[in-house]
Design a protein around this ligand. Structure first.
Ligand SMILES: [Zn+2]
Length: 376
């Protein structure tokens, strides 16, 4: 599935082949939480903005409209009309961040829905069943996302449980496929490395999950408030123990600079709500830094959001017009802003791939890493 095409130091240029299409890596996955990009973008728009992978949230879709409904409507691909690869998360992150009154046992987690408060149980088997109904290309293993910083002892026990849960995920996925209960019989399974910022736990956990020979591996539990340097250090520590012939995914990261730094440390896949969320607040990424469209200096500015950008928004509309849409609370402003920012991220990753192909990624990183996160 994953082909490593080229390396530059630790950075990797690769290709990930799935039944729903090929992903050129490194790649950024566009987050469509409840099977829609927040900001009013559809599957058609995703093609326009160079999206390669759509990411949907298991927890949200399980609560609403319900994964059995999605299954009955033919799975996420048919439901949303996005025909490319889809990754679904396990629901674990939302269970631990959104739901209330959680109770964790060996079997799984009981929690209250953040929508109507009803009591729900989710464990490895339930997460796999939901994701089988959704029919995603890639399913994520169900894991515990613990607070960071955490007590060493608790983190250690949690890592051990996450390995046991991972084995149960793998078994359940096989069972569902064998019994013809998976919308996508070729669904892939990624395992998630945990261990907070404890190097020994991270390494030991990575070794254990690597033994399970999964389709891909992700690093979880980062970008949850720890210092950026700490995150980079953990990536480097874990990277050494990640299988070279499998795709690697850093969950929930990040800013353009975070992504460049993580690519240089050997990561292939990313996802983050930040570009769409920032866009909805009027903060737009440009190749020169971040602008705030509400700023008075853009009132009569006829230039596009980013003169270097060739997205459908920048090809057509001025800063003046988009600023007006934001000031007037027109939803078109959100939609155009989100289109631009996601296009920027997808193009950033495209340019990283081109730089890797040409062997000058390191120069690219050095030029853009300090520039892209600054506010101008
Ligand atoms: Zn643009």
């Amino acid at each position: 599935m994953y082909q490593l095409l080229k390396t530059e130091h630790t950075a990797r240029r690769g290709r990930f082949v799935t039944v729903h299409g090929t992903v050129e890596t490194p790649a950024f996955m566009n987050v469509a939480t409840a099977a829609a990009i927040k900001g009013g973008l559809s599957a058609f728009d995703l093609k326009e903005i160079k999206c390669q992978v759509m990411l949907c949230n298991t927890y949200h879709l399980h609560l609403r409209p319900g994964d059995e409904l999605v299954r009955d409507m033919g799975g996420l691909h048919r439901f949303t009309r996005w025909d490319g690869p889809i990754l679904t998360d396990s629901g674990g992150f939302q269970v631990f961040s959104l739901a209330s009154l959680r109770k964790i046992r060996e079997e799984g987690v009981t929690f209250n829905s953040h929508i109507d408060g009803r009591r729900i149980f989710m464990g490895p088997e339930q997460s796999m069943q939901i994701q089988a109904n959704l029919g995603s290309t890639i399913a994520m293993a169900f894991d515990e996302c613990i607070k960071n910083p955490a007590e060493y002892r608790y983190a250690k026990d949690s890592c051990a449980r996450t390995v046991r849960w991972l084995r149960r995920c793998k078994d359940e996925m096989s069972r569902l496929k064998n019994e013809g209960k998976a919308v996508n019989p070729d669904q892939l399974l990624f395992g998630i490395n945990q261990g907070c910022c404890f190097d020994d736990l991270r390494i030991e956990h990575m070794k254990q999950i690597a033994d399970l020979d999964l389709d891909g591996y992700s690093i979880g539990g980062l970008a949850v408030g720890e210092p950026t340097e700490e995150m980079y250090r953990v990536i480097s520590v874990v990277e050494e123990y990640m299988p070279k012939d499998k795709i690697r995914y850093l969950m929930g990261v990040g800013t353009p600079s975070n992504i460049l730094e993580a690519i240089s440390r050997g990561v292939d896949l990313f996802d983050c709500v930040m570009p769409a969320r920032n866009a909805r607040h009027g903060h737009f990424n440009t190749w020169n830094g971040i602008i705030n469209i509400r700023n008075a200096k853009y009132e009569r500015d006829d230039s596009p959001i980013d003169p270097e950008c060739d997205c459908p928004v920048c090809r057509n509309f001025s800063r003046s017009y988009i600023r007006h849409l934001f000031k007037a609370d027109e939803i078109l402003g959100l939609r155009l802003g989100v289109m631009h920012n996601l296009y920027f991220y997808n193009t950033l990753l495209e340019r990283c791939r081109a730089a890797l192909d040409e062997g000058n990624f390191e120069a690219f990183r050095q030029k853009y890493s300090p520039m892209l996160d600054r506010r101008i």
